[in-house]
Ligand binder design. Structure first.
Ligand code: GSH
Length: 277
């Protein structure tokens, strides 16, 4: 692992790192914030998965997580949203290819070689974080924005014993039918509905996957509400399955990091409560 930069922030360290991933067969960059106290003891970890078009940088610059993470003693990991670089198949459509990995393992050629963000995030990157940072891997939480909210919900549903808590900001709750994810699902996974279901929060719940509870925040002035996001579908799925869901509809907020950063401290505090020793 190579250190690209480190800077002191709120008494902790904001770093950016790069490593050669065997899963995606590319170099992968990610950011980690270690709050003060990391030299003395292991600390709980919150994963933040970003949305379409993002790298680790967007949340690092605009999600405003550092003050709360420093106060609460949380390590925050910001992975990239896709493999990228020379030789990685890409597309002009911002909803597909670079910046749009959808946190799944592609099965269709030519994407299956590099677009393996599910395995990257559930196997390779956690192992790297565990070895290189003062991370207590028995205390992990996951959250994310938009496509990253989809990632957080689906990964939590498939790993209920790994994560103590899961939340999301304006998540794509049913990507198999949403306008801005369905085309990508078809390109990455083909037209096999069973393969699609494995990466869809509402359908995973329908198929019996469970998580102890979810926290979701959603702006009511988000222009993607009716086509891309539709939190009511998650509400229905959770209600049917008996999964407690706190869905906060936030009056006047849009889809941007202005919304995410506003409610970031609430989400981190909520996770910190559930990550106590
Ligand atoms: N580029 C898209 C918008 C994509 C978008 O809104 N991405 C969100 C996540 S889904 C984001 O975080 N964008 C990067 C940013 O705001 O820094 C468009 O032109 O409509």
């Amino acid at each position: 692992m190579e250190t690209l930069s480190t800077a002191k922030a709120h008494g902790g360290v904001q770093g950016v790192y790069r490593h050669q991933s065997r899963v995606t067969d590319t170099a992968m960059t990610f950011a980690v914030f270690v709050p003060p106290g990391g030299a003395e003891r292991k600390l709980p970890v919150v994963w933040f998965l970003s949305g379409l078009t993002c790298t680790h940088q967007n949340a690092m610059d605009k999600a405003e997580y550092r003050r709360a993470a420093a106060e609460l003693g949380l390590i925050v990991v910001l992975p990239d949203t896709s493999p990228r670089g020379q030789g990685v198949p890409d597309d002009e459509d911002w909803r597909f290819g670079s910046g749009a990995g959808f946190y799944l393992d592609a099965t269709e050629r030519p994407y299956d070689r590099n677009y393996r963000m599910y395995s990257y995030l559930t196997d390779e990157l956690p192992a790297l974080v565990a070895v290189n940072f003062p991370a207590d891997m028995t205390r992990q939480a996951i959250t994310g924005h938009s496509m990253g909210g989809h990632g957080a919900l689906t990964i939590a549903l498939k790993h209920p014993d790994r994560f103590r808590s899961a939340s999301a900001f304006a998540p794509i709750v049913q990507p198999t039918t949403a306008g801005w994810s369905r085309p990508a699902f078809e390109k990455y996974l083909g037209r096999n509905p069973k393969a699609h279901r494995a990466y869809d929060a509402t359908l995973l719940i329908e198929d019996g996957h469970r998580f102890r509870e979810f926290l979701v925040d959603q702006g009511d002035k988000d222009s993607n509400l009716d086509d891309g996001l539709r939190p009511w579908l998650l509400k229905d799925a959770c209600a049917k399955a008996g999964i407690p869901l706190t869905l906060n509809m936030r009056e006047g907020y849009d889809h941007s990091y202005n919304f995410v950063s506003t409610f970031m401290p609430d989400h981190l505090a909520w996770h910190a409560e559930r990550l106590r020793e």
